[in-house]
Structure formats: structure tokens, C-alpha cells
Design a protein around this ligand. Structure first.
Ligand code: DGY
Length: 382
């Protein structure tokens, strides 16, 4: 294990906070400095092991901002509690890498960063959809290889999306934003599967359809289907947006892939293990007209053997939330979670309304603590 480099900010701060990766922007650092924190940031790009993070926590540490690539469970929360730790924030909206029950048992609040990734991540899912539908990466490679010798009627035929059916599995914040982009932008009909009805999305699409018809255009529909399988059978494009847990692990397996249309497109910008990646490789090999766009992988950063050789798969390295605005916003929220708890602030009641924390006059609250109740944190009162 090579030694990692750490940089210290505000060395005289009274509360020691560990940040396991360099974060973009400076506001997050200002927030921690204003909360009297000495901030120690790991500037090495390699992913830290549990042992390295434990060593960094040492015997006194007030809080940590950690990454989705780290396994936050008994070893680390135990170490953080023994070091006097009061707060942990994931630098991510998803927190499947965090054992929240264990954190609660150690009395440690767990923060996440909702609300600033929604549109950014949905836009990447749209980009992957188009990249796959219109074979952008294949065509780009073809050009660069000097293979373009003149326009041909059959060169790189892809899929027209307009008027087709888009399917969404998991119609929460990001899934719904993606659905709206596809419906509004490309007049696709929506089918979705979610344990909960998304009334707001349904009403929006109904009103949008009325608007289209009032302009003399064909309307669009939004239908919540009974099962994920129903969505897979009926959609031309399926984008996966579930939370990763035991019920969604390998949601897309050999059998469910087999339900999809021959020319369908599958997009995943949620979490890699939602797809059985070995089964996907096999499916893509045997179904050359099936196309895929992936931002996430089952064993990140590795890919299953054969995936990288497939022309019908577009792959990007877990960058769906990678815009400066979003990544700086995530840093602000993660720092506000840690600083808010260390300052003794209450917890913001609505993680869906998070943008005030990016304003010049942010609320004196911790924006998003997912186990606030379990660890007995009070709710923010204006
Ligand atoms: C998250 O925040 O969960 C994303 O996967 C990061 O891009």
C-alpha cells in the first residue's frame, strides 16, 4: 500500500475533520474553517482502504467527509466513535456504501448530498441514451481510424427516439427528471415502475400532453405499470434509477434482459450491481442490435471481461454527476452536514428543498442527515 498524501487547511482549528478526497471549489472549506475545523484532505487520487481511513481517523477526529468508494461500516464508525467523532457525510446522494444502522448504533449522524445531482445525472442518462441510440462512440472511432470514405445510405443506422416509449425503473428525483427530459424533448410516451406512484410526474405529463394537443401535435402518455417486467417488455428505451439494495441487486439479470425488445436501449446511471454485468455482456454479444449506455459498473473501477470489446455499449467512468456546479454543490452540502452537526444546528426538514444551502445566506442547519431521528438530532426551527 503506497503512502497517501494529505494536505492540512486551517491547522489551528479545534475540531479535526478528515476529508478522504480533494473536493472541487472552496466554499466547503470556508464552511468547515468557519466551524473552527482543522481540515485534513487526502490529495492522492487512489481509493483509500478501510485500514488507511482508520489510521487517518486516529485517536481524535470530530468528523469525516467520505466517498462512495469506501466501505463505511463497523470498523470505521467504531473508530470514529472512539476518536470522539460526531458526524460523517458521504460525498454522494447515494449511500449504499454506508451501513446507516451501524452508524446510528455508534451515535454518528450520516449526511448525504441530495438535490444538486438530479438534473445533472438525468442529463448524463439522456446523453448515454443518445450515445447508444445514434452509435456516437462507434462512429467517432470510425472517423478517427480514417475509415470514412464517403456518405452511404446504410452507414451507422441507429434508433429514432421521437414518438417511441421510454421506460423508467425507479421514478424518484433522478428517474423523474430523466423521464421529463425524454418526454418533453422527444415526445416519447412514458411507462414507469416504482413502488410509489409519482403523482407529480403523472400530472405534469398529462398537462404537457394537453398543451401539445392544443398546438395540434400528438399528445404523450404516462403509465405506471404493475411490474418492472412490464416496463422491460414494452419500452424502446429503459433507464434504471432505483436505489441499490438487496431487492434491486441484479435487477437486470439474464431473464429480464431477455424480456427487452431486440432493438431496445438500456441505460444505467444508478449503481453498477443493479445489472448482472456478466449476463449483460452475454446478452449484448448475442443481440447486436441491443444497445447500452453505462455510467456505473458492478465491480468499479473494473469491468466484467468482454464489456470493453462490445461496440453496442457506450461506457463512461461514473461521471453522471460530474459538472462543476453539481460537484461543488455536493461539497457544500457535505461540509454543511458536518459543520452543521458540529455547530449543534438542527436538521433541515426537507432534503428535496436543498438549494438555500447554496445561497449567500444559508440556513443554520445540517442539510441532509439520513439517520437524524435514530441519533436523536432535532429538526431545524426557523
Ligand atoms: C451519487 O452521489 O450517488 C452519485 O453516484 C455520484 O455521482
Amino acid at each position: 500500500m503506497s503512502a497517501k498524501e494529505w494536505k492540512i487547511y486551517n491547522p489551528t482549528g479545534q475540531q479535526r475533520v478528515i476529508v478522504t478526497k480533494s473536493l472541487p471549489g472552496t466554499r466547503w472549506l470556508d464552511l468547515l474553517t468557519a466551524a473552527d475545523c482543522r481540515v485534513e484532505v487526502c490529495t492522492s487520487p487512489e481509493i483509500l482502504s478501510v485500514a488507511e481511513i482508520q489510521a487517518a481517523i486516529g485517536d481524535h477526529c470530530a468528523g469525516v467527509i467520505g466517498q462512495l468508494t469506501e466501505d463505511w461500516s463497523e470498523t470505521l464508525f467504531g473508530a470514529l466513535q472512539r476518536a470522539g467523532g460526531k458526524a460523517y457525510s458521504n460525498y454522494a446522494v447515494g449511500y449504499n456504501n454506508v451501513n446507516v444502522d451501524v452508524a446510528s448504533q455508534h451515535g454518528i449522524p450520516v449526511g448525504n448530498t441530495p438535490g444538486v445531482l438530479t438534473e445533472t445525472t438525468a442529463e448524463m442518462a439522456v446523453a448515454l441514451t443518445f450515445g447508444a441510440a445514434r452509435r456516437l462512440v462507434e462512429a467517432d472511432r470510425f472517423m478517427r481510424a480514417g475509415n470514412y470514405h464517403g456518405w452511404l445510405p446504410t452507414l451507422f443506422l441507429g434508433n429514432l427516439l421521437k414518438g417511441g416509449t421510454v421506460g423508467v425503473i425507479g421514478a424518484g428525483r433522478i428517474g423523474a427528471a430523466y423521464a421529463r427530459m425524454m418526454v418533453e424533448g422527444f415526445k416519447m410516451n412514458l411507462v414507469y415502475y416504482d413502488l410509489y406512484q409519482n403523482k407529480h410526474l403523472e400530472n405534469f405529463i398529462a398537462a404537457y400532453s394537453d398543451f401539445l394537443q392544443a398546438q395540434g401535435e400528438t399528445g404523450v402518455t404516462c403509465t405506471r405499470l404493475e411490474t418492472a417486467e412490464d416496463v422491460l417488455r414494452s419500452a424502446d428505451v429503459v433507464s434504471l434509477h432505483p436505489v441499490l439494495d438487496a431487492t434491486t441487486h441484479h435487477l437486470m439479470n439474464k431473464e429480464r434482459l431477455g424480456l427487452m425488445k431486440e432493438h431496445a436501449i438500456l441505460v444505467n446511471a444508478s449503481r453498477g450491481p443493479v445489472i448482472d454485468e456478466a449476463a449483460l455482456v452475454e446478452h449484448c454479444r448475442t443481440h447486436p442490435n441491443f444497445r447500452v449506455g453505462l455510467d456505473v459498473f458492478e465491480d468499479e473501477p473494473a469491468m466484467k471481461p468482454g464489456l470493453a470489446d462490445l461496440d453496442n455499449v457506450v461506457i463512461v467512468p461514473h461521471i453522471a454527476s460530474a459538472t462543476s456546479w453539481t460537484r461543488e454543490g455536493m461539497a457544500t452540502l457535505a461540509a454543511s452536514n458536518v459543520a452543521g452537526v458540529l455547530n449543534g444546528y438542527g436538521v433541515w426538514p426537507n432534503p428535496n428543498e436543498i438549494l438555500p444551502f447554496l445561497s449567500d445566506n444559508p440556513p443554520k442547519a445540517a442539510p441532509s442527515i439520513v439517520n437524524a431521528k435514530a441519533v436523536g438530532l432535532a429538526t431545524y426551527q426557523a
